[in-house]
Design a protein around this ligand. Structure first.
Ligand SMILES: Cc1ncc(COP(=O)(O)O)c(C=O)c1O
Length: 373
C-alpha cells in the first residue's frame, strides 16, 4: 500500500480514543486515591495469648478493610498498575482467577470505576464470598478443579477481549513495596512498643505477594526482622522453598481458602523467606476457633494458620530464652466461613478432626507450653 493510501481516518480515531482514555485514566486514578484516603490504615492489635511472659504478639487486622480482607490492598494495586500500564480503559472488562477474596475486592474497585468484572473461582468457594462478589456487581464463573482457574480466566479474557488481572503473576510487581504498603504501616505502628522491631513477621502465601512485599521492605529499610510463611496441606510453597525448586508442584489443592497453591507462584520469592512452616489444616481450623474466642469475633482459617505458626515461633524464642515481638495478620473475617470452617458437619464431611489440636491449645492456655498434638 502507498503511504497516501493509508486509512488516516481510522488512525485518527485510535489517537482520539487514546486521548479520551487518558482523561478517563486520570479520573480513575483519582477515584482510587480517594478510596485509599477513605480506607486509611488497618489497626495493629495486641493478641493476648495466655501466659506468654516476654514475647508480645500483634495482629494487623486486615479484615477491617472495606472489602474485609488483605486483598483490598492488592486489588487497589492491580487496578493502579493496570491503569498506568495502559491495560485498563473505560470499556475494559476485568477478569480474575481467584479463590474468592481477591475477586471480592476487585469487584468492589471495578464497580467504583464503572467496569464489568468477571471472577473465575473454584466451585468449592464459600457461598458467602460468592454473594459478596455479586453484591459488588461482579459476575461469577465457577470451575470444578481449582487448578483450572487461571487457564479458564485466560480463555474468558480472550473471548471477552478484556484484561486478565493475573494476581498470581503480578501481585509482587504491582505492589509498591518501598512505601505506603502493609509493611511500612506495621513497622511504623510498632515504633512505640516495647520491642519495636519484630523478631518475626508471620504470613500465609496465596500469590506470595504479601510475604514478598514485607520481606523486600524489611531489606530495603535494613531491619533485622525475619519473615516466616505458613503453608497449609497440599501446597507447593513449603517444598519449593525447602528444595529451592520453583518448579515444584503438588496435586491436591489447599483447603484453607486464600493460601496454599499447587505450584510455586511467581509472586512468591523463596530467597526472601527465612522459614516456611507447614501447618496441618486441622491445626489452622482449631486455632481459628480458639483465637476467635480470645479476639472476641470470628476470624478466617488462614488467620488460624498464621497464629498456629506464630505460636511455634513463640515456643522457639521461649526455649532460646529470647524476648521480643512477633507480628502476624488477621487476613479476613470468619463471617465468610460460617458454612465451612465454623460448621462441624462440613468438617466431618472433609474428614478433618480438630479435637487433638483443640486439646493442645487448651493445654497451652493453662500452661503456656505448646506440646505436639
Ligand atoms: C484470605 C487470604 N487470601 C490471601 C492470602 C495470601 O496473600 P498473598 O496472595 O499476598 O500471598 C492470605 C494470607 O494469609 C489470606 O488469608
Amino acid at each position: 500500500m502507498m503511504y497516501s493510501e493509508y486509512p488516516i481516518t481510522d488512525a485518527t480515531d485510535v489517537i482520539r480514543q487514546r486521548r479520551t482514555d487518558r482523561r478517563w485514566v486520570t479520573q480513575a486514578l483519582e477515584l482510587l486515591t480517594a478510596e485509599a484516603g477513605r480506607s486509611g490504615w488497618t489497626p495493629l492489635i495486641p493478641f493476648h495469648a495466655p501466659d506468654l511472659r516476654e514475647i508480645d504478639i500483634y495482629l494487623k487486622d486486615e479484615s477491617l478493610h472495606p472489602t474485609g480482607s488483605l486483598k483490598h490492598r492488592l486489588a487497589r494495586s492491580l487496578f493502579t498498575h493496570g491503569l498506568c500500564n495502559g491495560d485498563i480503559g473505560p470499556q475494559t472488562t476485568i477478569v480474575e482467577a481467584s479463590s474468592g477474596s481477591t475477586a471480592v475486592s476487585e469487584a468492589y474497585f471495578a464497580q467504583i470505576l464503572g467496569l464489568d468484572f468477571i471472577a473465575v473461582i473454584p466451585a468449592a468457594t464459600s457461598r458467602e464470598k460468592i454473594a459478596l462478589i455479586e453484591r459488588h456487581g461482579g459476575q461469577v464463573l465457577m470451575v470444578d478443579d481449582p487448578a483450572d482457574v487461571v487457564r479458564t480466566a485466560q480463555k474468558v479474557t480472550v473471548q471477552r477481549g478484556g484484561h486478565f488481572m493475573d494476581q498470581f503473576t503480578f501481585a509482587s510487581q504491582a505492589t509498591n513495596w518501598r512505601e505506603g504498603n502493609i509493611a511500612s504501616e506495621l513497622f511504623h505502628q510498632m515504633r512505640r512498643e516495647k520491642h519495636p522491631v519484630p523478631e518475626w513477621i508471620v504470613v500465609g502465601a496465596g500469590t506470595g505477594g504479601t510475604s514478598t512485599s514485607i520481606a523486600r521492605y524489611a531489606r530495603f529499610t535494613g531491619l533485622a526482622t525475619r519473615i516466616a510463611v505458613v503453608d497449609p496441606e497440599g501446597s507447593a510453597f513449603y517444598e519449593g522453598w525447602r528444595r529451592n525448586d520453583i518448579s515444584y508442584v503438588t496435586s491436591t489443592p489447599s483447603r484453607i481458602e486464600g493460601i496454599g497453591r499447587t505450584r510455586v507462584e511467581r509472586s512468591f520469592v523463596p530467597n526472601l523467606i527465612d522459614e516456611v512452616l507447614p501447618v496441618p489444616d486441622a491445626a489452622s481450623i482449631a486455632t481459628m476457633r480458639w483465637a476467635s474466642r480470645i479476639i472476641g469475633r470470628r476470624v478466617g482459617a488462614s488467620t488460624g494458620t498464621n497464629i498456629w505458626g506464630t505460636l511455634q515461633l513463640v515456643q522457639r524464642l521461649g526455649t532460646s530464652r529470647r524476648t521480643g515481638s512477633i507480628v502476624s495478620l488477621i487476613c479476613d473475617t470468619g463471617d465468610r466461613y460460617s458454612s465451612t470452617y465454623y460448621n462441624d458437619e462440613w468438617l466431618a464431611a472433609q474428614n478433618i478432626d480438630i479435637a487433638p489440636f483443640e486439646r493442645t491449645l487448651e493445654d497451652f492456655t493453662s500452661t503456656g507450653v505448646l506440646r505436639a498434638a
